[in-house]
Write a protein that binds this ligand. Structure first.
Ligand code: ADP
Ligand code: MG
Length: 500
């Protein structure tokens, strides 16, 4: 059987990784520098584009030309609070959709997060082709469980432009569960919790193993803005405060210095996972200041403790939403680079008393391995019994439309299994109403203004004197979690179908 290879891609906030499955095992694909992970960072200088390790070295010199953190920006509207958040933390632009500016003489070209993702995905595809010595067309890609349909669509579109056909989009915790089961063979009926803390996002999911290779996602709780970068930022604020006190200088006005300090803080943070104290040293950091300072692990933990505790609160919520108690969890799997932080492990151990904690020595590549396994399943590479690995995923947030009084009428509740299809019938507000506007929202709140607006469309209704008419609305979520909403007016047969 001469099958086309399908690769697994973990497109991370801070680092990306690819893997493939062959001869019964998963192999990580190294990039051209021989590294298993590639920084998710793109820099544009002088009409040239640098990415991965090369970009990471340049971003300190040219922060305005850099797109990092594209995960938080991709597929979002400018008004969206996440984009505002992105703008705040992204030195490349302040007033608009975050973009990297490349100034070529007087001509300025701007690049969006989407364009940067295309460049990154193209690079990952090319690296994989070099490594494998064959062309790669198809892939399975992981996204944070908290990604909405716009974000998934944006990733899929970026992949298409990069020449990749995305066969499936799977959530990171689901990918981790797949990879773990491959290695450990979990017992049937066990409940496993995946605790995924990466560079910029946090997801916790509870999955149940139904039969030999059949998982069901029971619940997911996420925070779109919680990860390693937030811990780095806390340390940056701490040292910026120290510089202000010692030298009377406000470092935060200088993006280049902030970026250099941030880089040093990330390294210090990593060091504090194995050492109890570390030193930061940066020559001429700012206005001739050679900065050097010490930080202890205890101090770092103090700076971030509220963020660490948030993860435990979400663990609690996931257990509650799954209708379980702590004792029902049989195994706990840690994944994502930030789960190397000892305090996070300690808090989790204390909270989950007695539950077996599994952590791989390479927690930052497990999701890519899971994506590769899913790729092999989709590609029909498994012989029985592996062929039976089925994954039943769930949606992290409820979906619905706005009805009378700006209320949210939910069609699909959070933690419902996908694929799923739900229809509801509505009667128009007034006689002879000429159109129905379907406004789609995501979230748990009763009033739509407190939820996430996903989009809207209008269904034109036929003239009908003095009668109200029926409109049937159907929500359909496919296996990739992509949403289609259809509105049908039975009287006229008129309908509209929109993919979100
Ligand atoms: P993502 O896929 O979201 O980019 P990863 O799983 O690759 O995330 O993890 C990257 C994050 O893990 C970064 O914020 C990085 O600083 C952090 N990290 C990696 N190693 C360590 C370590 N030894 N101690 C603490 N944090 C670490
Ligand atoms: Mg990753």
């Amino acid at each position: 059987m001469n099958q086309q290879l399908v690769i697994g891609i973990d497109l991370g906030t801070t680092q990306s990784c690819t893997a493939f499955f062959h001869d019964g095992q998963v192999e990580i694909i190294s990039n051209d520098q021989g590294n298993p992970t590639t920084p998710s960072c793109v820099v544009f200088v002088g009409g040239n584009c640098f990415l991965g390790e090369n970009a990471k070295n340049l971003d300190v010199i040219s922060p305005q030309n850099t797109i990092f953190d594209m995960h938080h920006i991709i597929g979002r509207q400018v008004e969206d609070s996440s984009v505002q958040f992105g703008i705040k933390h992204c030195p490349s632009d302040r007033n608009d959709q975050p973009r990297a500016n490349d100034q070529l003489n007087r001509y300025v070209k701007t690049y969006s997060a989407e364009e940067s993702s295309i460049i990154l995905l193209t690079k990952l595809k090319e690296s994989a082709e070099t490594y494998l010595g064959t062309t790669v067309k198809d892939a399975v890609i992981t996204v944070p469980a908290c990604f909405n349909d716009f974000q998934k669509r944006a990733i899929r579109n970026a992949a298409i432009v990069a020449g990749l056909n995305i066969l499936r989009i799977i959530n990171k915790p689901t990918a981790v569960a797949l990879a773990f089961n491959m290695k450990e063979n979990i017992c049937v009926d066990q409940n496993i919790m995946v605790f995924y803390l990466g560079g910029g996002t946090f997801d916790v999911s509870i999955l149940k193993l139904l039969d030999t290779f059949n998982f069901e996602v029971k619940s997911t709780a996420s925070d779109m803005h919680l990860g390693g970068q937030d811990f780095d930022n806390r340390m940056v604020d701490y040292f910026a405060g120290e510089i202000l006190r010692k030298h009377g200088k406000y470092l935060k006005d200088n993006p280049k210095s902030v970026r250099r300090l941030k880089r040093a803080c990330e390294e210090a943070k990593r060091s504090l996972s194995t050492n109890t104290e570390t030193t930061i040293m940066i020559d001429s950091l700012f206005q001739n200041i050679d900065f050097s300072s010490k930080i202890t692990r205890a101090r770092f933990e103090d700076l971030c403790i509220d963020l660490f505790r948030t993860t435990i609160k979400l663990v609690e919520r996931a257990i509650h939403d799954a209708g379980m108690s702590k004792d029902d969890i049989d195994q706990l799997i840690l994944a994502g680079g930030s789960t190397r932080i000892p305090k996070i492990r300690k808090l989790l151990e204390e909270y989950m008393q007695g539950v077996k904690i599994n952590c791989d020595i390479y927690p930052d590549v497990i999701a890519a391995k899971g994506a590769a396994i899913k790729a092999a399943i989709v590609n029909g590479q498994f012989e029985e019994p592996f062929r039976r690995i089925v994954l039943t995923d769930t949606i992290p947030a409820s979906l619905g439309i706005e009805t009378e009084g700006y209320r949210m009428t939910k069609f699909i509740h959070n933690n419902t299994r996908i694929p799923v299809r739900v229809s509801k019938e509505f009667i128009t507000f007034s006689d002879n109403q000429r159109s129905a506007v379907i406004r789609v929202f995501q979230g748990e709140e009763e009033l739509t203004k407190n939820n996430n607006f996903l989009g809207q469309f209008e269904l034109i209704l036929p003239p009908a004197k003095n009668i109200k008419t029926h409109v049937a609305v159907t929500f359909e979520l496919n296996v990739n979690g992509i949403l289609t909403v259809e509105a049908v007016n039975q009287d006229s047969g008129l309908s509209r179908r929109v993919i979100f």
